[in-house]
Design a binder for this molecule. Structure first.
Ligand SMILES: [Zn+2]
Length: 299
């Protein structure tokens, strides 16, 4: 299976992990913009692997967004995953980008922003949002995450990521809390687990199935693999969200756009869906709101 995320534990090392490999889902995301220069495409792929791994620890209905705000030539890269393992992503860049452009050269002095949005209605308040920012201080995306984890995760966490034209893959390790173990023993376990993971070559991560890969790395450990979960391409855009955005512009501004362009046309960059609203639609949008407001006053 090559569109899945899979949990595993290394029982004797008190370590848990996630493995991800995407093929068809990755193709669908590339199809929305087939012009990605390979260097940009690979970081986008690695970011999608990372977000798929991280979203597995979401304990509520919501979404997780990873954004890299770069300076030059990649100005923005954004990937998002929801709690149903739906992912999407895009990148913006300028000019020609040679294939061997390094991660640092792609983004310049950028920032990595991770946001968590809770859309759950019960328990916590709907729409709660948390954001963490770290500077891009690493030779690659996985290295930049080290600083993020050091700041935000209570559990020691590390990622390994890889992407090419046909696949993206990733591995995440997390050190479990020291329950019965003392700190020194748990630190030794963590070192052992991560040193072994460091031996993976990108090609192995991209091509091996979870069982082969993990058995190769951890053949002497108590490995337990859980059922894989499907990761699919999913865009959260909708007619309603587009109408809400236009409504927030205000009636005058919306009408001005219609007068100038004949309609309001918005293209979703994540999935290429085109939303078009003409004068009649815009009129309906604002008159519906007037009816709703009048009703509110009457009640
Ligand atoms: Zn969309």
């Amino acid at each position: 299976m090559t569109n899945s995320v899979q949990r595993f534990t290394l029982e004797n090392l008190h370590t848990r992990g996630e493995w991800v490999s995407l093929e068809e889902t990755w193709q669908k995301i590339q199809d929305t913009n087939s012009n990605y220069p390979p260097a940009v495409r690979n970081v986008l792929g690695e970011a999608l692997a990372a977000i798929s791994l991280l979203a597995e620890s979401l304990k509520f209905d919501g979404s997780l967004t990873l954004q890299i705000r770069g300076t030059q030539p990649v100005t923005m890269l954004v990937v998002q995953a929801n709690s149903n393992a739906g992912i999407r992503g895009i990148a913006h860049w300028q000019g020609d980008i040679p294939d061997k452009t390094s991660f640092k050269q792609l983004f310049g002095t950028g920032t990595l922003v991770i946001s968590v949005e809770n859309t759950q209605k019960k328990g916590q308040q709907k729409g709660e949002r948390y954001q963490s920012l770290v500077s891009l201080n690493g030779e690659n995306l996985a290295e930049c995450f080290k600083e993020y984890f050091a700041q935000s995760e209570q559990l020691k966490t590390q990622l390994w990521l890889a992407a090419d034209e046909s696949r993206v893959a990733g591995l995440m390790l997390q050190s479990l809390p020291e329950s019965k173990l003392d700190k020194v023993a748990q630190a030794d376990n963590w070192t052992h687990a991560t040193v072994l993971a460091e031996t993976i070559k990108k090609q192995e991560l991209l091509t091996l199935d979870s069982e082969t890969l993990l058995n190769r790395l951890y053949h002497d450990e108590e490995l337990r693999l859980y059922e894989p979960k499907n990761v699919h391409f999913e865009c959260s855009c909708s007619q309603q969200k587009i109408e809400d955005t236009i409504f927030s512009l205000g009636e005058k501004e919306a009408n001005d756009i219609v007068i100038e362009h004949g309609e309001i046309s918005i293209n979703c960059e994540f999935c290429n869906t085109k939303y078009q609203l003409d004068a009649v639609d815009v009129n309906r949008l604002f008159s519906e709101s007037k009816v709703t407001n009048n009703n509110k006053t009457l009640h």
